[in-house]
Ligand binder design. Structure first.
Ligand code: AMP
Length: 428
């Protein structure tokens, strides 16, 4: 079959790498793709915002199946448009993508289905939002309702900070995303992510992961899209995974179906593991980046078959096999990220760095020019390794990085530190 993959990051490179290995595949296209993806797929310059153009491309190239990587096309309704044209696609409708596109939508679903989550208030004007903040005090969490490129959440340690965040939202700092605001109780615990495929009715749990969002070692400094990840998340015991399925994922899928908005695609639950158990922080309606990279390194079964079973609504007859190994991914970014940075530096040594069969280097923002690999963005490479332990995967990933010649690159040196400390504790 012919497949079109939408997206251009490290997540999409790992998806392309896994789909390219499928016995079901004839041709794989990726729009727009990147330098690394061009080894696994034919990259095409398609404007993904132009839904009609994507549908025409699918007809012209006899595309049997479309896989969407990022959330923006889903929230913009690409899957609805393609389905209207009879094209099979992995990913929720625009209405179901509100699980990621609107925090208030998700909180209301949690209310209806008694899903454990932070207590909250939902506001459409600054005065009542500020009154709620004053009533509840700090620490407190202020969230722009809509998609704000990961910048719409303020975990406020003080009342002043919280009031300022409310002001920011309503004064238009996040555009229309901030016109409505959700204010939440501050949850204490360890964060973890849980991924599941959903076909509208049936659920196939995938795996767990944890990521590092801050730019610097020790989880310090500004937030980023993610500087590294590993899977599984050691905090997610079998008992916690079962509770997550029963208390959070199943009622969500049920609630969506009851609301006439069956969810088809991958559900990515951001969880806080509190004293009382798992609580939902947020949903994403796509794979995480770089969480997808570590998940797919551990997947033994054919990914494309699983994606198709999701789109076809037959996950109840489907099963997946996983490696017991841990996978860990270190993000290499251009120096300066998440602030201003220069594009266009040359990266050398990638072939040697990926010569270990336990290592894959996924490209997040590169292009190929006269045989050179050029950095074209903030997060550029995801150096990903398998190991029997987190420590072994960590060592393999950093051994690979030491062979990469890229003076303009920056990476954290402590990805997986919490999980490694836990392993050391258990061994002691
Ligand atoms: P979100 O975009 O909703 O995932 O929020 C981004 C980050 O803010 C999360 O990964 C958490 O670290 C933090 N966060 C969000 N909501 C809460 C909460 N209610 N309590 C504590 N931390 C939170």
């Amino acid at each position: 079959m012919n497949v079109l993959l939408i997206g251009s990051g490290g997540r999409e490179h790992s998806l392309a790498w896994a789909i390219a290995a499928s016995p079901l595949l004839s041709r794989l296209y990726c729009a727009p793709g990147n330098g690394g993806i061009s080894r696994d797929a034919e990259c095409v310059a398609l404007d993904v915002d132009d839904h009609a153009a994507v549908a025409s491309f699918c007809k012209e190239h006899a595309i049997d199946f479309v896989m969407v990587g990022p959330e923006a096309p889903l929230v913009a309704g690409l899957s609805d448009h393609l389905r209207e044209h009879g094209i099979k696609i992995f990913g929720p409708t625009q209405a179901a993508a509100q699980l990621e596109g609107s925090k208030a939508f998700t909180k209301e679903l949690c209310d209806r289905k008694s899903i454990p989550t932070a207590a909250y208030g939902h506001f459409t004007d600054a005065e009542s939002a500020k009154a709620y903040v004053r009533d509840h005090g700090a620490p407190i969490v202020i969230k722009a309702d809509g998609l704000a490129a990961g910048k719409g959440v303020t975990v406020a340690a003080t009342l002043d900070e919280a009031l300022e965040a409310v002001e920011d939202c309503f004064s238009g700092k996040f555009g229309s995303a901030g016109a409505e605001v959700v204010i939440e109780e501050y949850l204490v615990g360890e964060e973890a992510s849980f991924f599941a495929l959903c076909d509208g009715k049936n659920i196939l749990p995938l795996a767990t992961a944890q990521d590092h969002k801050r730019i610097n070692d020790g989880d310090e400094g500004p937030n980023t899209g993610g500087m590294g990840a590993y899977s599984p998340a050691p905090v997610m015991t079998d008992a916690l995974c079962t509770r997550t399925m029963e208390e959070i994922i199943k009622p969500t899928v049920e609630g969506m179906a009851e609301a006439g908005l069956p969810f088809q695609g991958v559900l990515y639950a951001g969880l806080m593991i509190t004293d009382q158990g798992p609580k939902l922080i947020e949903y994403n309606v796509r794979f995480g980046d770089p969480e997808c990279q570590v998940l797919l390194m551990r997947l033994k079964s054919d990914l494309l078959s699983a994606l198709l079973a999701t789109a076809d609504g037959v996950l109840d007859t489907f099963d997946l096999r996983w490696r017991d190994d841990v996978a860990l991914s270190v993000v290499m970014a251009t120096k300066g990220y998440p602030g201003a940075y220069e594009k266009g530096s040359v990266i050398r040594g990638l072939d040697e760095a990926s010569s270990d069969e336990n290592v894959e280097i996924f490209h997040a923002a590169t292009s190929l020019k006269d045989g050179d690999v050029i950095a074209t963005g903030g997060r550029v490479l995801n150096v990903t390794a398998l190991g029997r332990t987190v420590r072994e995967a960590h060592e393999r990933a950093y051994a690979a990085i030491s062979k990469i010649d890229w003076p303009e690159g920056y990476y954290r040196s402590d990805i997986g530190w919490r999980a490694i400390a836990r392993e050391d504790d258990q061994a002691a």
